[in-house]
Write a protein that binds this ligand. Structure first.
Ligand code: FES
Length: 106
């Protein structure tokens, strides 16, 4: 029997860092490990560390569209992520955090 409990995080950000060493397309081809680090740093700088967890994940299944980032529990998927699109992801995380405080925003 395992323990079931509410997540300690309001937002889980899964960054696929799967690396197939170019034998087949994978998210690491697009620099996803560095994107994960940049997201982690940005989350820490914003003071969200206790509310947002940025974790690496294995293959999320849409390899051709990577790098892929999945935001939970919002179930929002970002594909083709680059350093230029991190602000878009951070804005979405911020919106989610605001909604968890106030309810859905328009
Ligand atoms: S390698 Fe990232 S989704 Fe498959």
């Amino acid at each position: 029997m395992c323990t079931e409990q509410k997540s300690p995080y309001e937002c889980l950000v899964l960054v696929c860092t799967n690396d197939r060493q170019r034998s087949r397309k994978s998210c690491a081809d697009g620099g996803s490990p560095a994107l994960r680090e940049a997201l982690k740093d940005a989350v820490a700088k914003r003071g969200w560390k206790s509310r947002v967890r940025v974790s690496q994940s294995g293959c999320l299944g849409l390899c051709e569209h990577g790098p892929n980032v999945l935001l939970q529990p919002e179930n929002v998927w970002f594909s083709g992520v680059s350093s230029e699109s991190l602000s878009q992801i951070l804005n979405r995380i911020e919106k989610s955090l605001m909604e968890s405080e106030t309810g859905p925003l328009p």
